[in-house]
Design a protein around this ligand. Structure first.
Ligand code: SAH
Ligand code: SF4
Ligand code: F3S
Length: 476
């Protein structure tokens, strides 16, 4: 048995999974394999952020542990799972579009199971809409009920019942769920779940519940297993990693966690996201500076540059405070890369407010940024605000923002020309086979010539040229 299978097996020993029903399901799937010469297959469609990507790895791990096999497309799968996102309207539209297409697939294959989970299913209204209008959906579960998936499949397959299992705001953290990681050399690791911040535009606290921190030892054990399994890079996940541990009786902060994880042999890079500016501590800056494995990259979402808008967003910091943080980071960690998220067109945003965002972007000199048009989310405070901004104004500001961001990104990449960086090789280029793609610790994308055997390795690459979104170089 490979180390990887061993880990999956140990983890799947979680009590939740060893019920008689699950054994029956597993036996049925084994029989299916004997009779049909193939395992039943599943395909997971993932929308949204890395939280969802990681949840999909757990879903895949659970399905593998009960005898299913992953399929790379939905057409010939026995089970299709939609892991949904509700953060902006377009995530919602994409899901409903695809769900409509799958209805047609199921017409020809009535035995196919369709499951919908993730953040959208945590919303009562949307869940009811799926239940009432998309009656071909067999299974619905939420972000706190992933561990129930085998029981839900059992209910449909054996009891022929539609299965729905949602818990609004679970206090519990289910440890030891099996995981089928997408990549061998890098892994996502949850450190907190949920969010307490209630930024007025954001639906996440409503669908993911209150913030909970995983016990340090659980995280350390998981990362040790990952390292033994050959994983080199971990990304620690939380809506606000900086508030990790605030509920613990004994003081143990996010930077304490970084010091512990930095000791684990085999792990070479530690990333984290997301860092909320209101809670970015001096201790964390020191940890990034002192700890060799912690990447010199901070994703620090600013959202807006105007103090009026920041206040109305409930972000709890000012433009001036944010710029002080940027200055401190650059002073303490001279080669630090800073990236961000920005929303344009928040209700009430005036032209002057928008120009404050432009000013902040120029001063912060971001390496890159995720930019969003404000999207009304029913149930949030901002959805009820007056002065919603017309779509054409939002689009105009969006374009003008990119015109400022892109040249800064290019300039940042150009400063790397002639220098050599260690790059974790992540993929073979889609367009040209002999080209590999990887990232520097600063999260800069690099293309260079090399062969597939380097996948998952950390190599040295000298940068020869720079574009806005990537750099080109050669192996040294
Ligand atoms: N917890 C992270 C963000 C998670 S959501 C943080 O606080 O930084 C990812 C990003 O989506 C946010 O940073 C924000 O820029 C964007 N976003 C969230 N809600 C949005 C909305 N209603 N409209 C547009 N963008 C939104
Ligand atoms: Fe949403 Fe704000 Fe929480 Fe981030 S910190 S998930 S933006 S409410
Ligand atoms: Fe992530 Fe979307 Fe949910 S951004 S937390 S998947 S609403």
């Amino acid at each position: 048995m490979s180390k990887r299978d061993q880990i999956i097996n140990t983890l799947s020993a979680d009590t939740k999974l060893i019920s008689e029903k699950i054994n029956e399901l597993r036996n049925n799937n084994e029989q299916y394999f004997v009779l049909n010469g193939r395992k039943k297959t599943y395909h997971v469609l993932t929308y949204g952020c890395q939280m969802n990507e990681h949840d999909s790895e757990k879903i895949a791990g659970i399905l593998n542990s009960i005898g299913y096999e992953e399929s790379d497309n939905d057409k010939n799968s026995d089970l299709i799972i939609f892991n949904t996102c509700l953060v902006r309207e377009n995530a919602e539209l994409k899901f409903f579009g695809k769900l409509g297409a799958v209805k047609e697939l199921k017409k020809n294959r009535p035995d196919m199971l369709i499951a919908v989970c993730g953040c959208m299913m945590q919303n009562d209204e949307i869940r009811q809409k799926v239940l009432n209008k998309y009656r071909f959906v067999d299974i619905i579960f939420g972000t706190n009920t992933i561990q129930e998936l085998p029981e839900l499949i059992y209910n449909v397959e054996i009891n022929k019942n539609k299965s729905v299992e949602i818990i609004d705001n679970s206090e519990l953290i289910y440890e030891n769920m099996p995981k089928q990681r997408k990549f061998n050399y890098k892994a996502l690791v949850n450190i907190t779940y949920g969010c307490n911040n209630f930024c007025t535009y954001c639906i996440v606290p409503y669908v993911r519940g209150r913030e909970k921190s995983r016990e340090p030892q659980e995280i350390i054990n998981e990362v040790k297993l990952l390292a033994e399994d050959g994983c080199k890079e971990i990304t620690l996940l939380g809506q606000n990693v900086n508030s990790y541990g605030t509920t613990f009786e004994e003081k143990f902060t996010f930077s304490d966690l970084l010091y512990e994880l930095n000791k684990i042999d085999g792990i070479e890079r530690i990333r984290f996201m997301t860092s909320h500016p209101k809670d970015l501590s001096d201790d964390l800056i020191t940890a990034i500076k002192e700890l060799k494995k912690v990447c010199n990259h901070v994703h620090l979402p600013v959202q807006a540059g105007s103090n009026n808008v920041l206040k109305s967003m409930n972000r709890k910091y000012t433009k001036e405070h944010y710029l002080t943080l940027v200055e401190k980071l650059r002073k303490e960690i001279p080669d630090v890369a800073i990236t961000t998220d920005i929303i344009v067109g928040f209700p009430g945003e005036t032209e002057e407010d928008f120009l404050e965002t432009i000013d902040l972007v120029e001063k912060s000199e971001y390496d890159s940024a995720f930019t969003f048009l404000y999207s009304v989310r029913e149930g949030t405070i901002a959805a009820k605000m007056e002065n919603q901004i017309p779509e054409d104004v939002k689009h105009d500001r969006f374009d003008r923002l990119l015109n400022v961001l892109y040249p800064i990104g290019l300039k940042k990449n150009e400063t790397c020309i002639g220098k050599t960086y260690s790059v974790l090789v992540e993929s073979v280029s889609k367009n040209a086979n002999e080209y590999l793609t990887g990232r520097t610790e600063h999260f800069r994308l690099v293309h260079f010539k090399g062969d597939e055997s380097l996948l998952g390795k950390i190599v040295n690459v000298k940068i020869n040229s720079a574009k806005t979104f990537h750099m080109e170089g050669e192996l040294v």
